[in-house]
Design a protein around this ligand. Structure first.
Ligand code: GLA
Length: 372
């Protein structure tokens, strides 16, 4: 039986169907919230603010000093809830003397937005408990700010937005420049999305994520010097050749090519989904993987092995890495009758090549963060 003095909240993770590493370039993305996520139980304790974690999160117990809300050692999971608590404290809200228990079934640091999930579950909970009256978009922006300025990852807004605004059976077409969005019916017929975790340990804070972000800033500066642009994704693929000499650096030019072509693939995928043309969706996913592998160099042997092996297996419509990359997860669209066979074959090939054992999750588009 539910205790009346315990308040429960849930925030999902997300899978990005397509539109990778372009949210911070003002691009379009097509993510969906998933049926795995983070639970938060809050119980008043009449004393102080106390954060605990179990399950998939690094076991942690931190007594929060509300007068000194600064990040703990870099890379620690607990910085995510701390960052949100700090943001509410800065807004002069009196923090409740409560125990915060986090638990869940979302693999942490695997590219399924475990960090945004923790941020949003905390933000939605505090907004509710403190009656702070912020709307969902305010909470999403607060979570992104926490990740950028408290945790120290220059992420875009895709993850926090998808975790906040997720809707059952839908993906979200989001313009990351204007934050205009629309839901897109996610109908895969008799196919399902299988997420494959490389189980390669990585941390976005340690990875090349911020380096890619800075390369895009540099590109915007170079192109912005000769032409007015709001963001890199204003450019069209047929125009970028004009800037080849100006950019004068092969790596930077390839980064730009990924950003601009990926933005175009998002639209193509959105329309292919609307037309129920799954073969086209699959083709675009594979093209997107090649682009982020060759031009953006944000994959690695583990993700490449998964995608290259997956597309050769019977019943697979398409596959690509998803999320921040450099390890983490890939997704595959697989015929539902072939899923068992797919997982067996893929695990065998992947382990043979990398020595690692993959994990599989069958995911569905789900609702965003909420009180339960
Ligand atoms: C991480 C970031 C997002 C986005 C993706 C790549 O998940 O948090 O903002 O940049 O990587 O698409």
């Amino acid at each position: 039986m539910k205790r009346p003095d315990v308040f429960d909240y849930f925030a999902p993770g997300r899978v990005n169907l397509i539109g990778e590493h372009i949210d911070y370039c003002g691009g379009y993305v097509l993510p969906f919230a998933i049926n795995l996520g983070t639970y938060l139980s809050i119980k008043p304790n009449g004393g102080s603010c106390h954060v605990f974690a179990t399950d998939n999160y690094e076991p942690h117990e931190v007594k929060v000093d509300v007068n000194n809300l600064t990040p703990l050692q870099k890379g620690l999971w607990v910085n995510y809830p701390l960052g949100i608590i700090a943001r509410f404290a800065e807004k002069e809200f009196r923090l409740p003397a409560c125990d915060f228990y986090y638990y869940g079934n979302l693999p942490s640091g695997a590219g399924l937005s475990s960090s945004a999930s923790v941020e949003l579950v905390t933000a939605v909970a505090l907004n509710d408990l403190l009656h702070s009256g912020m709307d969902l978009l305010d909470l999403v922006k607060m979570a992104k700010d926490c990740e950028n300025n408290f945790v120290g990852v220059n992420c875009g807004i895709m993850d926090q937005f998808a975790v906040g605004f997720g809707k059952k059976n839908n993906s979200i077409l989001l313009n990351c420049n204007t934050l205009d969005y629309s839901y897109a019916d996610f109908n895969l017929g008799d196919n399902v999305v299988v997420v494959v975790n490389t189980n390669k340990v990585r941390k976005l804070t340690d990875s090349k994520y911020n380096e890619r972000f800075n390369q895009c800033l540099e590109l915007k500066k170079i192109i912005g010097g000769v032409r007015e642009i709001d963001c890199l994704c204003d450019l069209k693929s047929e125009e970028i050749g004009e800037y080849r000499t100006l950019i004068n650096d092969d790596v930077l030019f390839r980064r730009l090519r990924h950003v601009v072509t990926e933005n175009e693939r998002v639209f193509q995928t959105y329309h292919a989904l609307k037309d129920n043309n799954l073969q086209e969706v699959g083709k675009l996913l594979v093209e997107a993987h090649a682009s982020i592998r060759d031009d953006y160099e944000a994959t690695g042997i583990e993700l490449d092995t998964i995608v290259e092996s997956a597309v050769e297996i019977d019943g697979v419509i398409g596959a690509r890495m998803t999320g921040g990359g450099f390890g983490g997860c890939a997704l595959a669209i697989v015929n539902e009758d072939k899923v068992e066979d797919f997982m067996g074959r893929l695990a065998e090939r992947y382990t043979q090549k990398t020595g690692l054992v993959p994990s599989f999750y069958l995911v569905k588009p789900a609702d965003g963060a909420k009180k339960i």
